[in-house]
Design a protein around this ligand. Structure first.
Ligand SMILES: [Cu+2]
Length: 115
């Protein structure tokens, strides 16, 4: 009877901590610390044009295997909270993408590339 109660207690503890652990893993990926992270999508590229008023950026980006994109130059919509004053044409950058409405990818982060 005591052994049975122990099994129940362990099971309940696992159920209670499981979601919390999953959440902290997601946070780690958000901080770009998980090498196998699939969300968010990260990329590298060089800024071609920036339009802070329209919240768009044109990037010559490297291939992004996570979404099967080859390297290319293209325009992106940029999320409202991204500060585009931190980047300028000719600058190598690291960026993050999220799939938005209509299937278009929006830049949710763009920062000068780490050397
Ligand atoms: Cu592209």
């Amino acid at each position: 009877m005591n052994a049975y109660k122990t099994v129940i207690a362990v099971t309940v503890a696992t159920l209670l901590t499981g979601p919390a652990l999953a959440q902290s893993n997601q946070d780690m990926q958000g901080m770009n610390m998980g090498a196998q992270a699939t969300q968010p999508i990260t990329g590298k590229g060089v800024v071609k044009k920036v339009d802070p008023a329209k919240k768009t950026i044109n990037l010559n980006h490297e291939a992004i295997p996570a979404i099967s994109w080859p390297a290319m130059t293209m325009d992106f919509q940029v999320a409202p909270n991204v500060d585009l004053s931190k980047v300028q044409p000719g600058q190598p950058v690291d960026f993050r993408l999220e799939k938005g409405n209509g299937g278009n990818y929006t830049v949710t982060s763009v920062t000068p590339a780490a050397k």
